[in-house]
Design a protein around this ligand. Sequence first.
Ligand code: DGJ
Length: 799
Amino acid sequence: MKRIYIFICLLLPLVAQAQQNSYRPAEIAYPSFQTSALQMGNTTLPQSDVILPFTSTTPSQSNSPRRAPGGGHSGGTTVETPGLPIGDAVIPLSVIAMIFVLFKTLRRRKSMLCSVLAFTCLPIFAECEKVSALPTFGDIDHIHLPALLVQHADGDQSLQLRAQDTTYMDNAQYKETVIATKDLVQPFFVTLHVRQWKAVPITETWYEISHTEKKPVRLQRFDSGYLPLENGDLYLVHLHGNWAGEAVPTIERLTRGVKSIRNSDGARNAHLDAPQVMISLDGVPQENSGRVLGAALCWSGNFEIRVAATDEKGFHFYAGIDPMASEYILSPKEVFTTPHLAYTFSNEGMGGVSRAFHRWVRTCGMLHNGNATRSILLNSWEGIYFDITEERIIAMMNDIAAFGGELFVMDDGWFGGKYQRNSDDAALGDWIVDTRKLPNGLEALTQAAKDRHIQFGIWIEPEAVNTRSELFEQHPEWALQERGRELKLGRGGTQLVLDMTNPKVQDFVFNLVDNLLTKHPEIAYIKWDANASIQNCGSTYLPRDKQSNLYIDYHLGLIKTLERIRAKYPDVVIQNCASGGGRANYGLMPYFDEFWVSDNNDALQRVYIQWGTSYFFPSNSMAQHIGGSPYLMTGRTTPIKFRCDVAMSGRLGMELQPAHMTDTERAQCTTAFHDYKELRELIQLGNLYRLVSPYEPVPVVEQQQVASLMYVNDAKDHAVLFAYGLSSFMKQSSRRIRLAGLDPERTYTLRERNVRHGEQPCALDGQTFTGAYLMSVGLEIPLSTEYAIDYPSRIIELK
Ligand code: DGJ
């Protein structure tokens, strides 16, 4: 049998780079994975325009989906790769992917460098050793870690996958290679998928696992992807945080040993550590230069991302569902599909990775209605909390309509029957309107919204129940619980999580949304909250021998329910909220239009939280609200102009009691909303360039700590810059900010937007500069001179 190896190398661009740096091949060639190579029968190899330079014989082309001629066991055409004398043939899956990335990126720049790189790397690439796409326990040496570890029905723990069949798909949006493999001994099958998007430099990998063994198989680790990385000065960038302090970029050098990032909240997976990372291959990561790999695990449950340097030769990247307490019991003929893992690679630093993810998210179905802009709203929570009355709600509607806003959202506190929702300790699950607070029901509110030409939205927390609720009295078995053990209670001392593995619970959640929207078709927006982690890891629905499926089946049940909701209600805007940004992940965002970035609306801290969040999420998905001042959580006082400007860099909204605002504050908000509407498309759908990080050390002591970012449209003829002064002292000098992403040849005229109430636009207003000047010399944005000591900010439009 011919041995054909699957290469899943990021190495190509790295190797090319290495060659340019005159490294000896041995220094960059990949470590010995010879024994782990995934072998295939005679199989036709993927055809790709981007690997044509490698091939002397190409497989016959047919229409998509393409199936290997001769099927899995005979007759396939072998692609010869003269520069790659590896076995008899090669399937360079991710090489294709990464060349594709490189090719697309470079092609956009109209450069011929791509083919040069492809050819120049050949001699070095030939020195590389074979790498498995999916290292499995039993098929790798003792030094390396498996991405897939199973225990077969008869107790056998080994897995030696060999390819049986390869299929190719090519449609307008992506190319996909599907390789069916089987274990050498057991009737155990893994189908690998590699999808390369055409319009964005993103490659997704995932696997389907199944078997026909006599009894269930135990899946003990099942990463969605594995990638070998070059040896070098690698840095990992990951977001660490907490409730009200989300998304702090944590940047650390990768050293020998295993670095693991994981989250075991059960229900949410982004508050503490999030399932998206970047890896800089060129030392400390830079914002707009250097080679950076981005990876996002599209999963809403527990995950583990590992970077292992188990020998001195290189690094190994793995990402998948966290195996802790999650041994998945797979019955014969069941198919388990791992979450997708999305990779991108950029030579434009972390900014390039962010822009690739943002475009993928908006255009490839990873964000519901990804290419649409979002409305300006007022949310009732921090204005009135649980003190909902019809009068107060309608007064708030008057205010948001007067400011020029477009949507009012009634948050927590509107429901409850026998148990009233006056605090967080009761009524979750009892989704009936509390007529003691709203005597005329939701009808009066939707009508009031209509009368004011705004839309109406409502808060729910569908996956939760309080022990003080009628639902819990009727269906205690619907709550997650460990048999025979005392319940561990969450928020309010009474909150539990419903068992989303149970189809009856899935129906209950679906019906909650369905009833609301059927009875009140005027509801245009739902805020879907999730305020509890899974503390009782047990299900009365799952059989006793499948309890360890819970952490996973919970999310599969949730996704199934969301799919039903979306099939029936594609146009309702749904916000993904989990005590703030606890569910900022790409497992759930395809079903949601936006997410609540944080419960912390302190404008200063929001600059930081939004900065980190923007590494992976586009601005139209990031809900950013103007909070009150002094802010209730931090006690900090910030000017209304600063609060508006900070919220305006994403999806703008308000979260305060307008009745407490001064006239000046009201006037500023009205200006902000007006200007935002004119800039909305640019801000929400433009390309993000982060210019000055709030985390950046101030270079000279007398200079101000600032943060600055900008959005540029695709045509590069319209841009907007946000600049925030984070520290202010008398006699401090301004920072010069160099812009990015502009057309160097073009001349831009500057206009200040959301000018501070009662003041004239700054001196930059009306001036013109070339893109080249703005990007190389930059601008001194007046942040400290006009305003003495407070939080200054500017929004400058460029056209
Ligand atoms: C947590 C959310 O993050 C808040 O915005 C608010 O909706 C509360 N829950 C309501 O209980």
